[in-house]
Design a binder for this molecule. Structure first.
Ligand code: DC
Length: 226
């Protein structure tokens, strides 16, 4: 495949977006951009400055000036803010609890969208997020809406957190995910919706490899057509 495609993978929390996106990027030799990690990094910095999500102006200032670096090292995305590694910290329950509110702030979204368009300009990228195919890159070559049942998504997040040493209640996690889905879907600006031209991939019963193959096949078809 010679043409460098832009691949947008959107969907709700826990659908497997980052796992699938990373594998697709690796197989194609593309760059993987975890856009949720960027919103999380802004949220992490806001928390470390003692801010709550009500402090919109201060958080926008953080989003506009943050020294944010995503590095892909040994098959894993690592996130640095002002040269401090925050890869683990941005997944803490505290950040997770506040990030959807931060992602609703218009100025924060504008700053992240600007950054993402710049990073994706030359193609050869796989981005996962909520609004990539609908808003950030409406002309993306491949658009996927990756989803799964809420039960399955909560179970995956529970296992992921357990492995990282966070003890959380599964029912509580389900409620939190439902609440986050709600905020992401109902926000005014660039809400989480399936783009009209996005291919729906439901991973409730589909393996990671199955989802990866579906996307790679679409890429092949696309490059054959151009
Ligand atoms: O994928 P994630 O759980 O790491 O995303 C964290 C939050 O960031 C999520 O609640 C919604 C927000 N987000 C967004 O609004 N737009 C994106 N493109 C990516 C994430």
């Amino acid at each position: 495949m010679t043409q460098k495609l832009t691949i947008a993978i959107d969907g709700p929390a826990g659908a497997g977006k980052s796992t699938v996106a990373q594998i697709v990027a690796r197989r194609l030799g593309y760059i993987y951009l975890d856009t949720g990690a960027m919103y999380r990094a802004v949220t992490w910095k806001a928390i470390s400055c003692g801010l709550t999500s009500n402090a919109a102006m201060e958080i926008i200032a953080i989003a506009e000036t943050i020294d944010l670096r995503l590095a892909y090292i040994d098959g894993k995305t690592r996130v640095f803010v002002d040269d401090t590694e925050v890869t683990g910290d941005i997944r803490s329950p505290e950040v997770t609890g506040m990030v959807s509110a931060v992602a609703q702030i218009a100025g924060v979204r504008e700053a992240m969208t600007r950054l993402l368009r710049e990073l994706a300009r030359d193609g050869g990228v796989v981005l996962d997020g909520r609004d990539i195919g609908t808003y950030v890159l409406p002309d993306a070559d491949i658009k996927i809406f990756l989803t799964a049942s809420i039960e399955e998504r909560a179970k995956r997040r529970w296992l992921e957190l357990k492995e990282k040493g966070y003890a959380v209640d599964l029912e509580q996690l389900k409620d939190d995910i439902r609440c986050r889905d709600d905020m992401d879907c109902k926000r005014e600006l660039a809400p989480l919706v399936r783009a009209k031209d996005a291919v729906l991939v439901d991973t409730t019963e589909l393996s990671i490899e199955g989802a990866v193959q579906t996307i790679l096949k679409l890429c092949e078809e696309k490059t054959r057509r151009v």
